[in-house]
Design a protein around this ligand. Structure first.
Ligand code: NAP
Length: 292
């Protein structure tokens, strides 16, 4: 393989939000030549002041001359707009890596469009949240062409601890859907357990400390159990994003016939949190429904 993780590469990063900002920062820190684009230009200017590199006023200008273009934006239509523009500027053989969580359908659509432009599109959603992005220890689940993956993998390793090619276009997003299904039911169960502990007059913190050493242990319990008891719900992954993700899961399940009744119910519980004004609270805020 000609690409090595240490060779500086010319890359672009589009979308410098909670996740994209720090991910792009890791690319710059590793010595790559990074051009950034952000819809709200002030964020791109602040990123350049902190990390060096340069900013461009449009996705097309940011992507011009880049080998690999990363994006981390919002939902399906955002990816259509941003990746669709970037791919017109890439030289043949260039690779677009989409770290947004979107449908497998839009990923396959962009993959087909990219091939028309003689470039590649990888769906590469991430897990690990804001803290994972800041520490550069994300899990990256990738779908698409294997050679394009080999070209982009050393770059993704700048912010990913585990970067895995899951299969053809859409396979990364399908894997992320499994991730979100597993989280949804688990967070609700944790919220129910902790609110039960409170109702029973137990010391919730002591309960978390002891049961997190046993069979009920989970990442959510260890990282969110105490903060849920303290009513702190400010950890980066917003309820609005989770509803987007669960909507994608439920659509896909309708297509493939998977039964996801608990996920469908928890999606409605998140709708309750939104109705309580919790759109930007993090996903552990399911606790608020039970303690109001
Ligand atoms: P965020 O903080 O809201 O940032 C979104 C970024 O996308 C901003 O830079 C925004 O630009 C840009 N953007 C959105 N729509 C756009 C459009 N149509 N054209 C141009 N730019 C657009 O979101 P985030 O938390 O970083 O999440 C980004 C993606 O990663 C989402 O798909 C989310 O589901 C996924 N994700 C998030 C987390 C997490 O913990 N936050 C974890 C895993 C995956 P402006 O600055 O102009 O608004």
């Amino acid at each position: 393989m000609t690409d090595s993780s240490s060779a500086p590469r010319k890359v672009a990063f589009l979308g410098l939000g909670t996740m994209g900002g720090p991910m792009a920062g890791h690319l710059a820190k590793a010595g790559h030549d990074v051009t950034v684009y952000n819809r709200t230009a002030a964020k791109a200017e602040a990123w350049v002041a902190a990390h060096g590199g340069r900013s461009a006023p449009t996705p097309e200008e940011a992507a011009t001359g880049a080998d690999v273009v990363f994006l981390c934006v919002g939902g399906d239509d955002d990816v259509r707009a941003v990746a669709g523009e970037a791919m017109t500027a890439l030289a043949p053989g260039g690779v677009i890596v989409d770290h947004s969580t979107v449908s497998a359908t839009v990923s396959r659509e962009m993959d087909a469009l990219a091939r028309e432009h003689k470039v590649f599109f990888l769906d590469a959603p991430v897990s690990g949240g804001q803290a994972g992005a800041e520490k550069g220890i994300l899990t990256v689940m990738v779908g698409g062409d294997a050679d394009a993956f080999a070209k982009a993998e050393p770059l993704m390793a700048c912010f990913g601890r585990s970067v895995v090619h899951m299969g053809p276009s859409g396979a990364g997003q399908l894997t992320k859907m499994v991730n979100q299904i597993c989280i949804a039911g688990l967070v609700q169960a944790l919220a129910e357990g902790l609110s039960f502990a409170q109702q029973a007059g137990l010391d919730g913190h002591k309960v978390v400390d002891v049961i997190s050493k046993g069979a009920a242990q989970s990442w959510q319990m260890e990282n969110r159990g105490h903060t849920m008891l303290d009513g702190k719900f400010d950890f980066g992954f917003a309820v609005d994003w989770m509803r987007k993700d669960l909507g994608i899961v439920l659509d896909e399940a309708r297509r493939n016939g998977a039964k996801v009744p608990v996920t469908a119910l928890v999606d409605q519980f998140y709708a309750d949190v939104q109705a309580m004004g919790g759109n930007r609270l993090d996903t552990s805020s399911l606790m608020k429904r039970l303690t109001r």
